[in-house]
Design a protein around this ligand. Structure first.
Ligand code: MG
Length: 203
């Protein structure tokens, strides 16, 4: 199983990090050791002072595919989840400044919490989805998939030009605005269309 992630897929998040608006999707990957399931707590690692939450909708690939045409791409996943793309923002800033890869800032152990999966067919307005993250009861991120620069289908079509997508691969589809630091004792709750999907603590 691989974990693919899309960077800079929501315009307001690009603005808050003062990034350039990309002409193609920004792709990176995390190793499978990054996955954190079943509401297990996230332990802040000691190599960073600034771990940021990035709330994202996650797709689970259910069919083998290469060079998938965009008009068929929505047939390549059936279940979706909510996840967090935890990012060591201080480490990432140092790597970016040197022009080096982001892996250690993005792919460390536990950096990809994932909720239970639910069928996309349960959402009548799919692919239009609202999702939000509360920390200690306060809403910090609110997303609406209509604000994505690249749709789920466009992401799958683009990724599959470079990588054969395999059953079970996960795709983190980018974060809306509102990213920020997490601290010991914080409780993170993610909701998709009002339904609680994950609920875990920072330790
Ligand atoms: Mg992200």
């Amino acid at each position: 199983m691989r974990i693919f992630c899309i960077g800079r897929n929501y315009a307001e998040h690009i603005a808050e990090l003062q990034n350039e608006r990309p002409t193609d999707p920004v792709i990176f990957t995390k190793p499978d050791s990054a996955i954190l399931r079943e509401n297990n707590p996230f332990y802040l690692p000691d190599f960073t002072e600034d771990v940021h939450h990035e709330l994202e909708i996650v797709l689970k690939i259910n069919k083998l595919g290469k060079n998938i045409p965009v008009q068929f791409a929505d047939n390549y996943y059936e279940e979706i989840a909510l996840g967090i793309d935890f990012t060591a923002r201080d480490v990432q800033a140092r790597q970016k400044a040197k022009g080096l890869p982001w892996e250690i800032a993005k792919g460390f152990d536990g950096s990809a919490p994932i909720s239970k999966f639910v069928s996309k067919s349960q959402f009548p307005d799919f692919p239009k989805l609202n999702f939000d993250l509360t920390i200690n009861g306060e809403v910090r991120q609110q997303g609406d998939t209509t604000m994505m620069l690249w749709s789920f289908g466009e992401i799958i079509a683009y990724l599959s030009k470079f990588f054969t997508l395999k059953i079970g691969d996960l795709i983190y589809t980018g974060t809306p605005a509102g990213v920020g630091q997490v601290n010991i004792g914080d409780r993170l709750v993610g909701r998709l269309e009002g339904q609680e999907m994950f609920n875990f603590e920072i330790k």
